[in-house]
Design a protein around this ligand. Structure first.
Ligand SMILES: C[S@@+](CC[C@H](N)C(=O)[O-])C[C@H]1O[C@@H](n2cnc3c(N)ncnc32)[C@H](O)[C@@H]1O
Length: 312
């Protein structure tokens, strides 16, 4: 592990700053929020861009950990109708946070085109869209040399997309990978620390936007989660020592009147070494629009029945 990735250095800062033991619905766990924020600090980014604000769980954690870094957080605010009003109120006192309503596929490109020259290092955290659209967005953003950190939530190490992630970003860490997660000791330390704090306050409760009702959800969520994580792929990139291969993602765009486009991958082509191309075929694709609906099913079907085939 190089000096760039000393996530351990940020554990005590996390414990000092993150004293609120409440998790809002649809959000990251505490140790996942830590991983995102600590990686941003390790790579010393000048700007954090988050795609998928929802009720602001991850945004608030990262804002508390990184008050010195500007954060732009983007959401369509179409999936959870009450989320925009909720999060604007929740984050109103964080002067480093700007909330943008829109589709990240368009908004991030616009933001990257208009950034002032002093912004040389950017960290990106994608927590919506998910699955294939997330991979397409992440891959497109990772072509920008200013992007030094890439993180994608709900990307488990057992996901059918994980092999493609490892091919595209060979230095990726999967937060849910148990002992194979090189930061597993930190993850356990933070999870245990927050759980102990939470248990002093309350017992397990269901998830809720109301603080009093949902404060014990941390205990319920951690009991249900295998490896204590919903899945988080995180990697440094465009930094010396963390090079990535040249790659192309071939995909289709699906449109429906009144909806933002949805995307499905057909092939990922990775140049592992000169003149050796690895082709990842995607099949049994499921179209999912950003509001979570799809022409033939719901978002839950996203990963069902898909196989990745590797050809040399
Ligand atoms: C799981 S939630 C985010 C949770 C949040 N990061 C947290 O930790 O509390 C996913 C969010 O991504 C948003 N989303 C999905 N596709 C998007 C897109 N193309 N552009 C912007 N936001 C998108 C959804 O509206 C939804 O609010």
């Amino acid at each position: 592990m190089t000096a760039l990735l000393t996530l351990h250095d940020h554990v005590s800062g996390f414990k000092e700053r993150i004293t609120d033991t409440w998790l809002t619905p649809r959000g990251v766990t505490f140790s996942e929020g830590f991983a995102v924020a600590a990686m941003m600090k390790c790579l010393d980014v000048d700007l954090i861009i988050e795609s998928g604000t929802a009720y602001g769980g991850s945004t608030e954690m990262v804002a508390q950990m990184c008050p010195e870094i500007p954060i732009i957080t983007i959401d369509t605010f179409t999936l959870y109708e009450d989320s925009e009003e909720y999060v604007r109120d929740r984050l109103k006192d964080y002067t480093n946070v700007k909330i943008v309503q829109g589709n990240s596929f368009e908004e991030i490109e616009r933001i990257l085109n208009y950034l002032p020259p002093h912004i040389k290092k950017i960290g990106v955290f994608i927590d919506g869209p998910k699955g294939e659209p997330a991979l397409i967005l992440a891959h497109s953003l990772s072509q920008d040399k200013r992007v030094k950190v890439l993180a994608m939530h709900d990307m488990k190490h057992t996901s059918p997309h994980a092999p493609a992630c490892m091919a595209l970003w060979p230095h990726a860490t999967f937060w849910d990978a148990g002992k194979q997660n090189i930061y597993n000791d930190i993850k356990r330390e933070i999870d245990n620390h927050m759980l102990e704090l939470n248990k002093k306050l309350t017992g397990p409760t269901p998830s809720s936007l109301n603080r009093d009702d949902g404060q014990g959800n941390l205990q319920a969520a951690m009991a249900e989660l295998s490896n204590g994580s919903y899945g988080l792929m995180i990697t440094p990139l465009n930094v010396e020592g963390y090079e990535r291969p040249r790659a192309t993602i071939e995909y289709e765009e699906h449109t429906r009147p009144g909806f933002m486009p949805a995307y499905t991958i057909s092939r990922i082509l990775v140049e592992q070494e000169p003149n050796a191309l690895t082709v990842y075929h995607y099949s049994d694709c499921q179209v999912v629009f950003p509001d979570g609906t799809s022409p033939s099913g719901s978002v839950e079907h996203l990963n069902v029945g898909r196989q990745l085939h590797v050809e040399k």
